[in-house]
Design a protein around this ligand. Structure first.
Ligand code: PLP
Length: 370
């Protein structure tokens, strides 16, 4: 890394380096309002990754640990201790997963083995639900309300005696809305009396809204049936290294650990250990995410789109067209956008790429559809 500044790494890294381009040669928006050219690489705006990550400190840690790749595992306890400390719980309240996806699937497995149904919002993130459904669980999908918010009252009504898990994603995905914190707390405390409540907080770090709160304090307070999931894949930009966390009562953590099937690797562990201490990088990502969101939400206002103001690192809006066609059209223009999210098949999810990449997305959207 000698001779390359943090700024160069941040601005020239990630997809550009992956595409074999020289750091610093970027997609630059025209100062004269001319059309931006199609970039020489595919812009990734389809899977809610961090376009700036991993952080410089994480990359340094990976470089230092590469020679340990002959070893199984790595120092789990060090990362568990760090992340437990950040969240003010003891390490026995935390399970490490190969991404939070492993924690989601393990919870799905536990609910399914207990021969139960699972209640979730519709639409919401698919991992836990799809896994449980394929394992034989019945999924009770509760449509979001008219404001496209998770409908807690309707979920309450949908819960049955055999419901073993209620899955809440907050902020939700693909709809980047949040659940109001007081209503959520009341719901979680009530519903977790008789079943597991899983709160997926993959986008927790992006939210800046006084109506939002993590439910981590309920885990801290010793409640038995509550799992909070977090991930190193989003704000930390480590999606490819598969590190995620479940926070719960130690008995539930033991049950999760007994059912998990994945194996963590040393590079993921050491990169996450560095990244969770790199506050500067997280702040930088947040700032850039807001910049990109402002650009795309400006387009929504200009074109009169129906959309939900984003609390996360993606936007979701009504195009009025089949999303598969929209997706294919954008691929031809050099941009990967979100897949279909039934039942909202004429809405499009776009992940926040770098600001200039999002400017190019807006230019392309207007060219194709405005
Ligand atoms: C809401 C939500 N939860 C969990 C995940 C899984 O993330 P990972 O397995 O990379 O931690 C994602 C990924 O997109 C997500 O959107």
């Amino acid at each position: 890394m000698a001779g390359i500044s943090r700024r160069q790494v941040l601005f020239g890294g990630g997809a550009l380096m992956g595409a074999g381009l020289v750091p610093g040669v970027n997609l630059i928006s025209s100062a004269f309002g001319e059309e931006m050219p199609r970039p020489a690489y595919m812009i990734r705006a389809g899977t809610n990754e961090n376009p700036w990550g991993p952080s410089r400190l994480a990359i340094q840690a990976i470089n230092r640990s590469l020679h340990l790749s002959n070893q199984y595992g790595g120092d789990r306890r060090r990362l568990l201790g760090l992340v437990a400390g950040i969240n003010d719980v003891s390490s026995d309240h935390v399970a490490l997963g190969t991404g939070s996806g492993e924690i989601l699937k393990t919870a799905a497995l536990i609910a399914t083995l207990n021969r139960g149904s699972i209640v979730c919002a519709d639409p919401t993130y698919h991992d836990l639900i799809r896994y449980a459904e394929r394992a034989g669980a019945e999924i009770i999908r509760v449509p979001v309300d008219d404001g496209l918010r998770t409908d807690l009252n309707a979920m309450r009504r949908a819960i049955r005696a055999d419901t073993r898990c209620v899955y809440l994603v907050n902020p939700n995905n693909p709809i980047p809305s949040i659940i109001e914190k007081n209503a959520l707390r009341e719901f979680v405390l009530e519903v977790s009396q008789d079943r597991m409540v899983f709160i997926d907080e993959a986008y927790f770090e992006f939210v800046e809204d006084p109506d939002y709160a993590t439910m981590m304090d309920l885990v801290r307070d010793g409640h038995q049936n509550i799992i909070v999931a977090r991930t190193a894949s989003k704000i930390h930009g480590l999606a490819g290294l598969r590190i995620g966390f479940g926070f719960a009562h130690p008995d539930l953590i033991t049950e999760i650990n007994n059912r998990k099937t994945g194996n963590i690797n040393v590079l993921g562990l050491d990169a996450a250990y560095a990244s969770y201490q790199d506050e500067e990088f997280q702040k930088f990502t947040l700032r850039k995410n807001k910049e990109s969101l402002a650009i795309v939400e400006g387009m929504h206002k200009e074109l009169g789109h129906r959309y939900v103001k984003s609390k996360a690192n993606f936007t979701f809006f009504e195009t009025g067209r089949d999303v598969r066609e929209v997706n294919a059209a954008f691929r031809k223009e050099g941009i990967i956008v979100g897949r279909p999210f039934p039942p909202m098949l004429d809405w499009l999810r776009v992940s926040m790429a770098k600001p200039d990449e999002i400017r190019y997305f807006v230019q392309t959207y207007k060219k194709l559809y405005a």
